[in-house]
Design a protein around this ligand. Sequence first.
Ligand code: PAF
Length: 330
Amino acid sequence: MNMFIGRLAALGLAASTLWTGCAFAQTTEVKIAYALARESHYGAAADGWDKYVTETSGGRFTFTHFPSSAQGGEREVIEGLQLGTGVQAVVVSSGALSNFVPEIGVTDIPFLFRDLGHARAVLDGPIGQDILSKFADRQLIALAWGEQGFRHITNNRQPIEKPEDLAGLKIRTMENPVHITAFETAGAAPTPMSWPEVIPALQQGAIDGQENPLSVIVSAKLWEVQKYLTVSGHVYSPAMLIVSPTFWDSLSDEDKKIFADGALKGKEAMRAFVDDSEKNGVETAKQAGMQVNELSDEQKAQFQQAIQAAYEQYYETFTKELIDQIIATK
Ligand code: PAF
């Protein structure tokens, strides 16, 4: 038996084959990568997906997790997925995906979604499902929309209370054209970089701040490197559960359904985690020593006004009709 397994391993087979009494039962390893810790909203999504697939397939699939950017930045894991050379599954932010499927960029427009309910209704409805369907042409199989919550600004310079406070602020953004345009328009100095570079850049003072949802601020303990948190909620941050086409094509129709249903379980787990972060995250950040200011509706309107010119560009890229349809969704 050992010699037999040894031979299979020597052949470099990805699937392991175990002797179970009178039959061979094959287990296929699914490598899954994400940017944050297993205890984060990303881990919650991956665990929900893993649990459903493992249980429903009767153990024919096993997941190996690569949390905390262990396989590289989001751009790199997406490229690996496309080429079929990396992991089989990822949970990633929409921010990084804009460079692969530009249509998703519409969901990154600041001040577009009123609240989580609005965002979820759009993504679960025809507009969101239409965007999901665009992925297959770009060598990515997007199975479900996850989410991170609303993004807020942290920095080491001062509390951000009005648009002028952003002037010249070296703020790290995702490598996302929609976000970069918004911060440039508001007068900041956006510095796009991949997530694994952010904490060292903040520690070294190469940048003043960054922006991310409470789910990330708490999971990554950003208070260790950031003094001020401005609860700006300037943009909603979706995420996605995706598999590589090479892996997808290797699945039977029955297993495709198991993976697709499992991704929906992962989405639910991610949303539940985010609901909790949105409720308790500010208090956690305060307790950890961050100086927190929450923008009033009036203050938010000033920021919205400050980036109005960027909307002209968004209308051109995504069409005013689509943006208005999103705003009108109940
Ligand atoms: O800011 C980002 O790059 C993303 O929000 C993060 C933290 C990698 C999670 O996807």
